[in-house]
Write a protein of this length. Structure first.
Lengths: 145, 145
DNA sequence: GCAAACGCTTGCGTAACGCAAGCGTTGTTC
DNA sequence: GAACAACGCTTGCGTTACGCAAGCGTTTGC
């Protein structure tokens, strides 16, 4: 596993420590797919929008598992496949994701939130969070039985 | 200026576009210093906790300025020095920063929010945001006159 | 007028990444 | 039951980004 730069030794700042985990171009995209796009298998993550390369995906999944944000179980129908899913720590990144997306929508502006999601985010955002988390729990109830 | 990986071509996702700007280990730390730590000069940013190297700092500042998150003005007392400060777009990253710090405090746990700040963040977070933004505006009133 | 400060830039070695091929196991087809 | 494909990775190689340290042009302080 490549080592990646680590601020944690020198910095007393929680932001810096968080960036050691999620401060790169790929990690949060994987979390997004696990959180919002209902993707749970390696091949699906690999074929997501941005075209992550396979070694990087393997590396980031390993880091996420090691950091306790993601877990995996054997696929119930196949011995070669795995199912990846977010732990509570991983799920709690939802608030970070939402803020980044809102900020991007307002200030980067080159990609917009789909109108239906935008509608859910305005007004009652807790409701949106609840819906997403419920969906994840339903998936878990179905697959981790 | 090194080119850095860019998702924006392939992805319809606002998160991916945001990560093109802030998805690295240094950018948000610079924003933090400009936002919370009252640092406004190159040398101060350079000497911040994490020890960014000078070429990376120059590069990131250039990107941030180009993206419209940061501006600079000549130092009123010196022709060699500059003052860097956040634009409204940059300031609005405060919500992202707060969520990351809260998440880090709860789930990474290797660096804690200072107790006084933690107190401010609990309960009335809007109040905290307002205080921070007011402080930045006071700085601007004083230096951009 | 000389040395230090300041905001960078440059050069070099190392680490991370993109790409593509390969590998071991399992599942499928005939 | 043998050949082939699917799957989750790993490996190797060339390229890009980064850490480090030195240097540079201008300005400032003495």
């Amino acid at each position: 596993m490549p080592k990646l730069l680590c601020h944690s030794d020198s910095s007393p700042c929680p932001l810096a420590h968080a960036l050691d985990l999620i401060g790169d171009r790929w990690t949060l995209l994987i979390v997004r797919d696990l959180m919002f796009r209902n993707l749970h298998e390696y091949k699906d993550l690999l074929n997501s929008f941005e075209g992550i390369s396979t070694n990087i995906l393997a590396d980031r999944l390993r880091r996420l598992v090691q950091a306790g944000l993601v877990k995996s179980v054997a696929h119930p129908e196949s011995k070669t496949r795995k199912l990846y899913y977010l732990t509570p720590s991983g799920k709690s990144l939802i608030h970070v994701m939402i803020e980044i997306v809102k900020w991007s929508d307002e200030h980067v502006g080159t990609a917009k939130i789909p109108p239906d999601v935008a509608g859910q985010l305005e007004g009652n955002r807790d409701e949106f969070v609840r819906k997403v988390l419920e969906k994840l729990e339903r998936w878990e109830a179905e697959h981790l039985a």
